[in-house]
Design a protein around this ligand. Structure first.
Ligand SMILES: NC(=O)c1ccc[n+]([C@@H]2O[C@H](COP(=O)([O-])OP(=O)(O)OC[C@H]3O[C@@H](n4cnc5c(N)ncnc54)[C@H](OP(=O)(O)O)[C@@H]3O)[C@@H](O)[C@H]2O)c1
Length: 314
C-alpha cells in the first residue's frame, strides 16, 4: 500500500511517499481502507520538531504520521462486533500515540470509531475527528451549560469552528474571535458576537465569561484569565505545560485553568455523529488536497489563515 513515512523531523520534504506492507490487525481492531484524512497543527508540529515527534511517538523511526481518517471497513478483528465489512467509519486513531493515518489502510481499535452519518461526505467526516473531539472534550471539561457566556478564540479555525457550534448546541451565549475576513463565517456558525482580534481587544466583549477556550496561549491566555468569572473555567489547548504565572493567577482569581489534551474515543465520535446527522454540527472544508499533495497541505496549514479544515483525499 502507499504510505508516507518520516525518518526524522524536518521540512515537508521529509514526508516520503512509499510502498509498504498493509498493517495486520489485532483482535480488537478493524482494517480501514482510507478515503480521506484530515490534518491538524499537531501534524505539522510533529513533522517539523523532533521534540514533538518524540513526545508523541517515542523513539520509533521511521513513523507514519496522521490521526484523522474516514473510510470503509475491509476487515474486522475476531474480538470486534461493532462494525461489518463495508461500513463507512470515521475517527481519530490512537491519539496521543501512533495513528499511522497517512496510508491507504489503517488498523484502528474498533472502540475509537463511529459510523459516518449518511448525509455527510468522507471529507466532512474526516474533518470532524481530532478538531471536533478537542472542541467537545474542552467544552465538557468546562462543564459548559445553557445560559453560560462563552468565548472561543480562533473561532474560524479547525477546533474553533466546531467549538462555536457545540457551545451553541449546549445553549451558551457565544463570542468568537478571528480576523475581520472571517467575521461573517463565525456569525454564520451561530456565534452571538464577534471580535476581530487585530482591530479590538477581546476584553471589549466583557469581563464575565463562564468559559473561555484558549487556542493561542501566551498573552491570549493571561488576558483571558482576567475576564473569566470567579468559579469559571479557561481551557487551554496549545500546550499541556501551562506557565507558572498563569497557574498562580488562576488560583488567586478562583478560576479553573485546565490544559486539555484530546484523546481517542468512539463514544465521543458517536456524539459527534449524532450532531452531524441532525445538522447541528457541520464541517467547513477550507481545501481538499490529493494524497500526492500532502506536502502542500502541510505547507498550507503551516502558513495559517485556515477557515475550518484541510482534508486530503486518497
Ligand atoms: N490540546 C489538544 O488536544 C489540541 C487539539 C487540537 C488543536 N490543538 C492546538 O490548538 C491550536 C488551534 O488548532 P486549530 O486546529 O484550531 O488551528 P487552526 O485551524 O490553524 O486555527 C487557525 C485559526 O486561528 C485564528 N487565529 C489566528 N490568530 C489568532 C488570534 N491571535 N486570536 C484569535 N484567533 C486567531 C485564525 O483566524 P484568522 O484566519 O481569521 O486570523 C484561524 O481561523 C493549535 O495550537 C493546535 O496545536 C490542541
Amino acid at each position: 500500500m502507499k504510505a508516507y513515512i518520516l525518518n526524522e523531523a524536518g521540512g515537508v520534504d521529509h514526508l516520503n511517499l512509499t510502498e509498504i506492507e498493509k498493517p495486520v490487525i489485532k483482535e480488537n481492531e478493524v482494517l480501514v481502507s482510507v478515503k480521506t484524512i484530515a490534518i491538524n497543527p499537531v501534524d505539522v508540529k510533529s513533522r517539523a520538531s523532533e521534540g514533538t515527534l518524540s513526545w508523541l511517538l517515542a523513539q520509533k523511526r521511521p513513523v507514519i504520521l496522521g490521526w484523522d481518517i474516514a473510510g470503509e471497513v475491509v476487515e474486522t478483528g475476531a474480538g470486534t462486533s461493532a462494525f461489518n465489512v463495508g461500513d463507512k467509519v470515521f475517527g481519530m486513531v490512537n491519539f496521543p500515540g501512533q495513528g499511522n493515518a497517512y496510508a491507504e489502510y489503517v488498523a484502528v481499535p474498533a472502540d475509537q470509531l463511529a459510523l459516518i452519518p449518511q448525509n455527510i461526505s468522507f471529507e466532512e467526516a474526516a474533518g470532524a475527528t481530532l478538531a471536533a473531539l478537542t472542541a467537545l472534550q474542552s467544552l465538557r471539561a468546562g462543564k459548559v451549560k445553557k445560559g453560560d457566556k462563552v468565548l472561543i478564540h480562533g473561532a474560524s479555525g479547525g477546533v474553533g469552528h466546531y467549538a462555536v457550534q457545540l457551545a451553541k448546541w449546549l445553549g451558551a451565549y457565544v463570542v468568537g474571535t478571528s480576523s475581520e475576513g472571517n467575521k461573517d463565517f463565525v456569525l454564520e456558525l451561530g456565534a452571538d458576537e464577534h471580535v476581530d482580534y487585530a482591530a479590538a481587544r477581546f476584553e471589549s466583549a466583557g469581563d464575565d465569561f463562564d468559559f473561555i477556550l484558549d487556542s493561542k496561549a501566551g498573552e491570549t491566555l493571561s488576558r483571558s484569565l482576567k475576564i473569566t468569572k470567579k468559579g469559571g473555567t479557561v481551557v487551554s489547548i496549545p500546550s499541556s505545560n501551562l506557565p507558572e504565572g498563569d497557574r498562580k493567577a488562576a488560583e488567586e482569581l478562583g478560576i479553573h485553568l485546565i490544559p486539555v489534551l484530546v484523546s481517542s474515543s468512539g463514544e465521543d465520535m458517536n456524539v459527534l455523529a449524532g450532531l452531524l446527522t441532525s445538522g447541528k454540527l457541520k464541517t467547513h472544508i477550507h481545501q481538499v488536497f490529493k494524497f500526492e499533495e500532502l506536502r502542500d497541505a502541510h505547507t498550507s496549514l503551516e502558513l495559517g489563515k485556515i477557515r475550518g479544515k484541510i482534508v486530503i483525499g486518497l
